[in-house]
Design a protein around this ligand. Sequence first.
Ligand SMILES: *[C@@H]1O[C@H](CO)[C@@H](O)[C@H](O)[C@H]1NC(C)=O
Ligand SMILES: *[C@@H]1O[C@H](CO)[C@@H](O)[C@H](O)[C@H]1NC(C)=O
Ligand SMILES: *[C@@H]1O[C@H](CO)[C@@H](O)[C@H](O)[C@H]1NC(C)=O
Length: 540
Amino acid sequence: MTTISDFFGSEPSTSVVLGAGTALFLVCCYVYDLFYGTNKKKFWRTVPGRVPFIGHMHLLGLDLGKILPKLYEWADKYGQEDGGYEFHVHLGRVPVVCSEDRFLELSKYRPFKVRRDPHFSESFRSIGAEGLVTAEGHCWGNQRRIIAPTMNKKNVEDYLRNMKMIATRLIDNWDRRTEDGSSVIINDGVFAMMADILSIAGYGMDLDFINKSDSVLGQDVLHLLTASVFRLMAPFPYWRIPLVGQYLDGAGFRKDRIMKLIGSYVDEYTGNQESLDETQRRTFLGKLFESMKDTKSKITRELMVGNLMTMFMAGTDTNTQAILFCIWKLAADETGLQQELFDEVRDFDVASCTHEDLTTRLPKLKSFMHEVHRYYSGFPVQILEAIDEIVLGGKTIPAYTPFLILMRYPSINKVNPSKMVPIGPKGEQPSEFCPRRWLVTTKDGALSAMTPNTTNNCSFMAFGVGARACPGRIYSEAMTFLTIISLLQRFQISLEAGHEPIFPVFMHIDTVNRDIKLQLKKRSETYVPPSFTGIGPENP
Ligand SMILES: *[C@@H]1O[C@H](CO)[C@@H](O)[C@H](O)[C@H]1NC(C)=O
Ligand SMILES: *[C@@H]1O[C@H](CO)[C@@H](O)[C@H](O)[C@H]1NC(C)=O
Ligand SMILES: *[C@@H]1O[C@H](CO)[C@@H](O)[C@H](O)[C@H]1NC(C)=O
């Protein structure tokens, strides 16, 4: 099987990943230069130590593991007064937004006066993922209205049975592979699980990528994801070269293959839209037709295909990393957290549970998950661009000013602790990781977990805030719940003895820096895991 690590060279892929990430970052900065280098008006404090031509690049270095910490350090030192600071690369200036206030101001301008960095959208679009993520302005509004409901609570309920089946399949797979007491590398398995569930939920096809790791489609998705990162890094959009451009990085054939397949599902559904069977109606695609009918609006065939691609591209890697961070924290924990969570999930009946049960009956797990999301996952950096004149912190900012946004910094920094993040039960500050942070005791003495508020609130940025927040949040959280419950019910987990340190590395998203090798100890030899079959409609 070709895996992400194979793609970058055999393990440990860290240095290559770091290199790729660094290049990505520098190229983004370079693109700034190209387009915005002439825009010299300064509005925030500049980091000292600027050198002609290279700007501050010598201070940033080439190790991407260290670039984000450096940007955070500068934010601590120079960004507190204005909620922003500036540094230079080559000839260009990069304004950085690093406070809750500035960020909230900026997000009010979305999506009409402030948009996503066009280079990001262009590379995403070039691999076929033309949809909600890349759309801006009115185009976005229309799609959002149709697509967001397909992932709401009620609809996620319909995907739940298959999510349970796939999560259990992954744990079964790990069970088999560790019968002889060996440890198991979990990264690829979690990725396979996400690819599986997205294609079942998307259009009702069971890839079984977990079992059939050589599945062409699964590999295509992996390669396309990697290609999208390369394209983001590329100094010029080579994929636009007529005829051959799309195929220079090998992504073209894969993209064609996936889009053809997805296109055939879209056509099948379109042809039968009045007579979809129950299974089909319970897919993202089926619900898309329902939603178009409900909202009396339409999106084109191209956008349906593009949004299914988007679901794949945006949903596999991000969720994989989020679940890996959860498992890592549990396996490495020495504070009794794993036992505490196990006690909570021990008698939880996965087979019959509803989405409501997941979010209300497991407060400790819920709090832990939110904290992992707050602290580790999502997009730590985003590039936005003002396309119109805007006012920020009382200063007028000209049109076509790009911003680097430190998305997570306001929530986790030490010097100006967020006022929006709840303090932990033992006084844990926002800068600490505290799995019990989101727990509250209700009036009748029961334990419950808050749902982080993302309306005008920067305490929790994993899924974005405001209008452009990710509509897949409920879906993503449900999948995380189910994976962790199934894992803990069956095994006591730990990292393989002498495991190399694990930490997040910034690529386009935060990623675990290496393969996670888990040692799995069965909790009970007599435990009978729930079994789920088929992708049909009837709920157990
Ligand atoms: C996956 O493969 C294993 C062993 O090869 C088999 O026992 C299991 O039933 C398969 N699972 C599915 C869902 O096909
Ligand atoms: C932000 O959300 C958190 C919980 O999600 C809440 O405790 C806090 O009060 C909110 N802050 C504001 C200003 O709304
Ligand atoms: C989040 O906070 C806003 C005000 O900041 C409030 O109107 C909204 O009801 C809150 N949402 C939740 C889910 O608590």
